[in-house]
Design a protein around this ligand. Sequence first.
Ligand SMILES: NC(=O)C1=CN([C@@H]2O[C@H](COP(=O)(O)OP(=O)(O)OC[C@H]3O[C@@H](n4cnc5c(N)ncnc54)[C@H](OP(=O)(O)O)[C@@H]3O)[C@@H](O)[C@H]2O)C=CC1
Ligand SMILES: CC[C@](O)(C(C)=O)C(=O)O
Length: 330
Amino acid sequence: MKMYYDQDANLEVLQGKTIAVIGYGSQGHAQAQNLRDSGFHVVIGLRKGKSWTQAEKDGFEVYTVSDAVALADLVQILLPDERQAFVYKEEVEPNLKPGATLVFSHGFNIHYGQIVPSSEHDVIMVAPKSPGHLVRRTYEQGAGVPGLLAVYQDASGQAKEVALAYAKGIGCTRAGVIETTFKEETETDLFGEQAVLCGGVTELVKAGFDTLTDAGYQPEIAYFECLHELKLIVDLMYEGGLSYMRYSISDTAQYGDFMTGKRIITEETRKEMKKVLSEIQNGEFAKSWILENQVGRPVFNAINRKEQEHMIEQVGTKLREMMPFVKVKK
Ligand SMILES: NC(=O)C1=CN([C@@H]2O[C@H](COP(=O)(O)OP(=O)(O)OC[C@H]3O[C@@H](n4cnc5c(N)ncnc54)[C@H](OP(=O)(O)O)[C@@H]3O)[C@@H](O)[C@H]2O)C=CC1
Ligand SMILES: CC[C@](O)(C(C)=O)C(=O)O
């Protein structure tokens, strides 16, 4: 395994180039602002709407996707994965300059064959292992988030140097960048968000909260115990691994951790995780997500509505209002 840090990347490779960041959402705003602060010329490609207004307010030159692509030496596609193939066909592909580099932060569309770029373009990936808002926040703090780098096509012979410079521009080489493939990034990223980081954690939190409230305990205590304190425990793991977290908690908690954890994450759960991974590997999950979007997201919307009505959301909103230091940054 090869790791890359600041000293391995040369920003000069991108000097004098125009980078079009297509999309100004979670990743788009963060990567665009970091690249600008790293000294690069960045333009934004969008449709008219909320993000357009925000990007202008943040001082960027904003163009339609077609116009931004036509100006750019590097085109970073930071649109929602489910829209990328359509926008690519309609607005990106017809306007790409000869020799322009295509950049992604997630391999979904390339790996599952939804976007097939012409062989004359370098196609690279720089994928921050972080939500966009923390890509920006950590950069501003002088730190950074780790990232993955991959080269899918190297038409110029310089694709990896360009990817490293881009990774440095957004702050990832401060924390460490691992070289990978589009396949490995796509499969591990989808697995992580489904089984652990998003799907796994939210179900664990709700199951704990529901168990306590169903037994008659106060919902506010259940919220602090199962959601709020989770962040504080994860912070310790982030800083020093599982051992440091266990060093900080009481021995009673640590004994409970050893005795009970495996009753919650059982062999059955691990078997299910393997099944989830195989559905990612064989394209079943991708197919289901692509089709869900083609029919207007009925399942996504129904579940999303129901999730927002869960008691933990109402209790949390009330409690967070009393903690001005806990702020949502949009
Ligand atoms: N969210 C994250 O932290 C992470 C995301 N990624 C990857 O980054 C990429 C971007 O994801 P994310 O930042 O979450 O996306 P968001 O949904 O946060 O933002 C999408 C942006 O695209 C714009 N947009 C949507 N449709 C169009 C269109 N048809 N034409 C022009 N602009 C459009 C939106 O603008 P509007 O206001 O007009 O809707 C918005 O600015 C994805 O590939 C994702 O997998 C990778 C790592 C982490
Ligand atoms: C965990 C979700 C994520 O994979 C991420 C922030 O890295 C995403 O795609 O948003």
